[in-house]
Design a protein around this ligand. Structure first.
Ligand SMILES: NC(=O)c1ccc[n+]([C@@H]2O[C@H](COP(=O)([O-])OP(=O)(O)OC[C@H]3O[C@@H](n4cnc5c(N)ncnc54)[C@H](OP(=O)(O)O)[C@@H]3O)[C@@H](O)[C@H]2O)c1
Length: 357
């Protein structure tokens, strides 16, 4: 392997294991694997012939040691709200490019406050997962042939949620994350514009689902970027289990967030028990010029949304390892080529359907 050393922090986790597998498969470069538990980290490293390194991202000295010598550092540890820009700063200080499988607007803003000098030469890609990530990248394909009047985004299904990600899910409320029931209309956020869709049949989804309008920060940025007149963004659930668990937690906001984690994990498990794990991304575009050619609908299906986030982070790291990405910090969706990513997804065993038409 002739590429740069790639360090994967959290390589023993659900997302990190897939990052490692794919990077090994792509032949991106030699691999370093980081985590707190030496046994789990060693086992993850052995699977890909990588170098295990004990590191706690809360310990700056161990984090600096982990990043030293890496050309690219991938963060697959969390929870994202606590990681923020910690690993990105250590990576850039060590002269490495950076990929975060999570990390949203809050992480980018944190890195922007007193941005490290090294960012003038290094690239840091955040939100390199499924949502945020693919949800902000793939719809760009539908806008390539010409401007859109309207874009509808539906992402969801049934998937197990680990305790770490449950905290991040519980935090997807309030400014910086998005606005429930809002749409994007004519260049701005239109509050209370949409209602939940209950028992709605959607192309690519196994059976009728509940779709909750949520204009995420990513969706709003996408709408502004593409100049669409209207964007409707929905999070899709197979039952009321998760919306109810989140609503209960948010109603009791005098309690520490961590107390609500078991209920969110159990709600996701109950959804999976209904019909097994499955997850769909559906994008539907209405061009401004109805006579315009080109695709108007894209469907991507996977049995494992968490694992697929690892594929996206690996593709972002591989892209950085190839070189030529402009320096600076931005969401991965603004840098990756949607066509190249879709082609890679279509060939990936974790994707069981891609329809573009
Ligand atoms: N964008 C998306 O669509 C998307 C989708 C899924 C997940 N995510 C995000 O990806 C992140 C990982 O999720 P996951 O489900 O893979 O979590 P996970 O299975 O719990 O794995 C976490 C990994 O991070 C390591 N880790 C945890 N705390 C650490 C610390 N302080 N220092 C160093 N390593 C640490 C763990 O190993 P040790 O315990 O040995 O340290 C483990 O390898 C989360 O932030 C999640 O929100 C994003």
């Amino acid at each position: 392997m002739t590429g740069p050393l790639v360090g994967v922090l959290g390589g023993s986790g659900t997302v990190g294991r897939v990052v490692l597998d794919r990077l090994a498969g792509y032949g991106t470069g030699p691999l370093r694997v980081g985590g707190r538990d030496p046994g789990r980290t060693r086992a993850a490293a052995e699977r890909v012939g990588g170098e295990p390194v004990a590191v706690d991202l809360a310990d700056p000295a161990s984090l600096a040691r982990f990043c030293a010598g890496c050309g690219v550092v991938v963060n697959a540890a969390g929870p994202s709200y606590r990681v923020l820009d910690t690993v990105a700063r250590a990576a850039v200080a060590a002269g490495a490019d950076y990929v975060d499988a999570a990390g949203d607007a809050a992480a980018l803003a944190a890195l922007g406050r007193g941005a490290p000098a090294g960012l003038a030469e290094r690239s840091a890609l955040f939100s390199a997962g499924l949502m945020p990530g693919l949800s902000g990248l793939l719809p760009r394909l539908l806008a390539e042939p010409g401007p859109l009047r309207r874009l509808d985004v539906y992402v969801g299904g049934a998937t197990a949620i680990g305790p770490l990600s449950a905290v991040d899910a519980l935090l997807t409320r309030g400014p910086g994350f998005g606005t429930a029931l809002a749409a994007w209309r004519d260049g701005r956020v239109a509050e209370n514009a949409l209602a939940p869709l209950r028992s709605v049949a959607l192309p690519g989804f196994r059976h009728p689902v509940h779709a909750w309008p949520f204009l995420s920060a990513e969706a709003a940025a996408l709408a502004a970027d593409l100049g669409v007149d209207e964007l409707r963004n929905y999070t899709v659930y197979v039952s009321e289990n998760i919306p109810e668990a989140l609503a209960t937690a948010w109603a009791a906001d005098d309690r520490p967030l961590e107390e609500h984690v078991p209920a969110v994990v159990a709600a996701a498990d109950a959804d999976v028990a209904l019909d097994g794990p499955w997850y769909t991304l559906l994008f539907h575009a209405r061009p401004r010029d109805p006579a315009r050619g080109g695709p108007t609908r894209l469907v991507v299906r996977t049995p494992d949304s968490y694992a697929l986030s690892g594929v996206v982070a690996a593709l972002a790291a591989h892209r950085l390892a190839e070189g030529g990405v402009p320096p600076g910090a931005r969401p991965a969706a603004e840098v990756l080529d949607p066509r190249a990513v879709l082609d890679a997804l279509a060939a990936d065993p974790l994707v069981d359907g891609v329809e573009l038409g």
